[in-house]
Design a protein around this ligand. Structure first.
Ligand SMILES: Cc1ncc(COP(=O)(O)O)c(C=O)c1O
Length: 429
């Protein structure tokens, strides 16, 4: 077992000055146990911790590092931008280029506004949808994560599509109560919500490739239903592509599934590892944003020049070949894991969309949050820790997507499969 002494010491120090010792909860390893690794550096497909342990990284900063860590072209672009000044609070040419690149790539996006996090992107898209429709309610899906804005931290009550309940102390019943929550892939619940309250629904928001309850693909026709029903009722369809954007295809899930939203939110990949996100969509909707329209939205660091330089460089490197390469790597890893578990008699589901996938220890096909929750997450924790001890860093929660990058070599992936094959018998009942 590799030493984690320095990580343990840092974690103890961190816990006295940072709640839980981390700046975002999943980093604390609560659902898998053990000490979070404090990272000293990362290069390509590998991260190095402060104890000198090296891991093949399948977290990829939760999605942004699609080309691997410290890709030289991105480092150079960020350094070059930094030397010209880190923030101006005024428009730059590179922001226009980034917006043009997004408009060209993502179906249905005519205009773009940059923000600094995915949370800001979804929060702003919802305000805009409410502003243009003059309606209060939104419909979201159980198990979908859209960042931590109040109205999106709503959980389902019992029943078909229910009024949301606050999912965290500090969220008022008022904020959560304007959020309707339905089960993912439940067409009847969506139809029922619109039949009961359609004239009050401003927007439907979903992760078109849900990755925050593990990867739980849309059933055939479900996204098309969301498109049609929102159109018929004058509501806005928001595809939250913070994770899937520029990941499952250059044009994200919109391109992959051929479903065109009214608004799309982006983050992660478009920032190249820097704090950059965006929302965009139909020109008539986007023109309602301040200063052109009445819906207020702003940000001191929005479109930050260093982040934009890094993100634009990453987007320029993501051509059709890149997506082919990503899918080949993901298919190889997924296939290897499936074979390793099958040989050991371990029941597993590994749902995938393009290069995104996740591991559920269950024999039931996973189509919604209920089934995802019923998977054996204790077994996932054992899998995670055994892989980590062998130098393979999977997401520290069974509710997260596994990300490969173009920096992963066949050798990296085969080493990960070999490690899984070695430990799989211990995961059998
Ligand atoms: C689909 C989706 N939307 C929104 C967010 C929030 O983004 P951020 O963490 O940048 O605020 C995330 C983050 O994981 C996400 O996966």
């Amino acid at each position: 077992m590799p030493s984690t002494r320095v990580s343990q010491e840092l974690f103890a120090r961190a816990r006295s000055v940072i709640p839980g010792g981390v700046n975002s909860p999943v980093r604390a390893f609560r659902s898998v146990g053990g000490t979070p690794r404090f990272i000293a550096a990362a290069q390509g497909a590998h991260v190095l911790d402060v104890d000198g342990n090296r891991y093949v990284d399948y977290v990829g900063s939760w999605g942004p590092m699609i080309l691997g860590h410290a890709r030289p072209e991105i480092v150079a672009a960020a350094e070059e931008a930094l030397r010209r000044g880190s923030s101006f609070g005024a428009p730059t040419e590179a922001e226009v280029e980034l917006a043009e690149a997004i408009v060209e790539a993502v179906p249905g996006v005519d205009m773009v506004r940059c923000v600094s996090s995915g949370t800001e992107a979804t929060m702003s898209a919802i305000r805009l949808a409410r502003g243009v429709t003059q309606r209060p309610r939104i419909l979201k899906f159980a198990g979908h994560y859209h960042g931590h804005a109040d109205s999106l931290l709503a959980s389902a009550g019992s029943g078909v599509a229910t009024f949301g309940l606050p999912d965290s102390p500090g969220v008022t019943r008022g904020s959560a109560g304007d959020t309707l929550v339905a089960a993912w892939n439940d067409a009847d619940a969506v139809r029922g919500a619109f039949a009961a309250a359609g004239e009050t629904i401003a927007a439907v928001i979903c992760e078109p490739v849900p990755g925050n309850m593990g990867v739980v693909p849309a059933l055939p026709g479900f996204l098309e239903l969301l498109r049609a029903i929102t159109r018929d009722h004058g509501a806005v369809l928001i595809l939250d592509e913070v994770m899937s954007g520029f990941r499952v295809a250059r044009g994200g899930a919109s391109e992959h599934y051929g479903v065109t939203a009214d608004l799309v939110t982006l983050g992660k990949v478009i920032g190249g590892g820097y704090p950059l996100a965006a929302f965009g969509g139909r020109a008539d909707i986007m023109r309602q944003l301040a200063p052109e329209g009445p819906v207020y939205q702003a940000g001191t660091l929005s479109g930050n020049p260093v982040a934009v330089a890094a993100g634009l460089t990453q987007l320029r490197l993501l051509d059709a070949e890149a997506y082919k390469g990503l899918e080949q790597r993901a298919d190889r890893l997924r296939g290897g894991l499936l074979a390793a578990f099958a040989e050991a008699g371990v029941a597993v589901q590994i749902p995938a969309v393009a290069s995104m996938f996740s591991v559920f220890f269950t024999s039931r096909p996973v189509h919604d949050f209920q089934v995802a929750k019923a998977a054996d997450h204790g077994r996932y924790a054992r899998f995670f820790n055994a892989m980590l001890a062998r130098g393979h860093y999977f997401p520290p929660s069974g509710y997260e997507a596994i990300f490969v990058s173009l920096a992963h070599t066949t050798g990296d992936i085969d080493a990960t499969i070999a490690a899984a094959r070695e430990l799989a018998p211990d995961l059998a009942d």
